[in-house]
Design a protein. Structure first.
Length: 503
């Protein structure tokens, strides 16, 4: 099965949901952490302070900070990990405990783990480490500087080759497929993307260069992390810092066979996930080098409707860390109108561009479509964003709350929101330029921008939530402009309903 076949086969429609309702087997709900019972925890410090930079420029940062940034050490890494993949809150229920993380995740299943491949750093020996959010500790999988393995796997991608630390994000398919079945492969990129959005923002707040790298020889990286290659996969790398001396030749990557606690007593295999992953894998550094680059810039196709110029982003003094601590998916919206400044800020800050090996400002893999329900100064209707021009162009005027609710899988959230944002990608063009690996890049770009938009919303004092959707119905809804494009991500924004206090 190729990636387009996978995408087609995992589309939601009214018919697909009626045909195959999925009942959750609570007996085998996977645990939300990867546990290595035989490795000693290396505790991380938690006494970090916020960087002084204000949140919105931090989110909009495209990662081209001059210089090498601050020295990375154990404390800086702790801060990056806490605010991207850490457990920020715990809630105890009669049935157990829920751990709320820094970044949103489909179904709160937290199937994406963060690993670090490090040079020798102050307070940390060189090695390959797993980050355990449950006890805020690292565990060392391999001793010694293995960055050369990652650099070679990325065909000497310059940011990776000069980085003192590379973060690798890897999913365990079953930990999400338990609920979402084969669609979990999409979620690997969605849920890695929200973590990466936080990571980029926290790095930018501390003037630390960071770059997302999606092109690498899969087997080499997965072997380095000792992943079970039938059940787990690295989905993205993020190079952190710059100007490190070239990595020395790495020690041999011998199989470790490290014990891990099974996520549940039994697992269900979804072959479509493995097929999509195999189809989008790169086998040799020469394939990676040919892969790297961007789409040819495409001119924005302006529809005929009215144009709403988006005012410059607002100014908010808070640092990104405070905003991350306040983030949580909104569970219900009230139908209040939002100020134009809030919507304009979210749309612009999130879509400025991502430092990555597959995209650049002016050459995104996704287009942004919006349904406006209640934003002061924008007539209700459907719009497409001109990223470069900072403007919304109207496709259709009208009130579409009912339609938005349907498109978001019949949920109330997108109907009650003030506006909904959809990322769509011309997957045909993406696969033509990038081959099958382009599918991962398109999902990732949308998810990172969506992750930024989550934080931008909380920064301007409103609520947000990611949502799933009826694929082809969304494309039809925004057509003819969106004809031929596929939906990558959906976010809803609005004023959160205040929960009544329980007496
Ligand atoms: C890609 C994505 C899709 C989501 N889809 C839905 C959804 O369809 N309905 C919903 O109520 N919440 C959805 N959520 C919100 C998650 O349930 C939420 O992130 C998770 O429970 C963790 O809670 P938190 O975001 O408050 O930390 C989605 C989140 C993401 C990142």
């Amino acid at each position: 099965m190729d990636v387009l076949g996978y995408h087609e086969a995992t589309k939601h429609s009214v018919a697909s949901i009626q045909r195959a309702p999925h009942h959750l087997d609570w007996e085998i709900m996977p645990r939300p952490f990867k546990l290595y019972p035989d490795l000693a925890p290396i505790p991380l410090p938690q006494d970090f302070t916020s960087a002084p930079r204000a949140v919105l420029p931090t989110l909009a940062d495209t990662g081209d900070a001059a210089g090498d940034g601050p020295h990375l050490d154990r404390r800086t890494l702790a801060r990056l990990l806490y605010f991207s993949a850490g457990v920020l809150r715990r809630k105890t229920y009669p049935g157990g405990e829920i751990y709320f993380r820094a970044a949103a995740c489909t179904g709160a299943l937290y199937h994406v783990d963060v690993y670090l491949v490090c040079a020798a750093l102050p307070g940390l020996d060189p090695g390959v480490y797993h980050f355990g959010p449950h006890d805020f500790a690292l565990r060392r999988l391999r001793a010694g500087d293995h960055r050369a393995v990652v650099a070679a796997a990325t065909a000497m991608e310059p940011a990776v080759a000069g980085a003192p630390v590379v973060a690798l994000l890897a999913t365990t398919f079953w930990r999400n497929a338990w609920k979402y079945q084969a669609r979990a492969y999409r979620h690997a990129f969605w849920d890695a993307g929200t973590i990466i959005a936080n990571l980029l923002a926290v790095a930018a707040a501390g003037a630390l260069p960071a770059r997302v790298v999606a092109g690498f020889v899969d087997d080499d990286v997965n072997r380095l992390l000792d992943l079970d290659r039938e059940r787990e996969a690295t989905v993205a790398a993020v190079a952190l810092g710059r100007g490190a001396p070239s990595p020395p030749p790495a020690p041999a990557v011998v199989p470790l066979g490290l014990a891990t606690v099974p996520p549940s007593d039994r697992e269900v295999d979804y072959p479509a996930i493995r097929a999509a992953h195999a189809a989008s894998s790169l086998a040799a550094a020469s394939d990676v080098a040919a892969w790297r680059g961007t789409l040819a810039p495409r001119p924005f196709v302006a529809p005929e409707g009215d144009v709403v110029l988006l005012e410059p982003p607002m100014t908010v003094a808070e640092p990104v860390e405070t905003v991350i601590l306040s983030r949580g998916s909104t569970r219900a919206f009230v139908r209040d109108a939002l100020p134009l400044a809030a919507a304009a800020t979210i749309l612009q800050v999130a879509t400025r561009g991502i430092p990555a090996d597959f995209t650049a400002p002016g050459a995104p893999l996704t287009d942004v479509y919006v349904i406006v329900h209640a934003v002061d100064g924008i007539d209700p209707g459907t719009y497409v964003l001109d990223r470069g021009g900072g403007a919304l162009h109207r496709l259709r005027a009208g009130t579409f709350r009912r339609e938005a609710g349907f498109l978001g899988l019949g949920q109330a959230l997108p109907a009650d929101a003030a506006f909904d944002v959809f990322w769509l990608s011309d997957l045909g063009a993406v696969v033509e330029r990038f081959g099958e690996r382009g599918y991962r890049a398109a999902q990732l770009e949308a998810a990172i921008e969506a992750g930024k938009s989550y934080l931008a919303a909380y920064a301007v004092g409103i609520g947000a939530t990611g949502l799933t959707f009826f694929d082809d119905d969304v494309t039809r809804f925004f057509s003819p402009h969106a004809a031929g494009k596929s939906v990558m991500f959906l976010m809803a924004f609005g004023r959160p309903e205040r929960r009544r206090r329980q007496s």
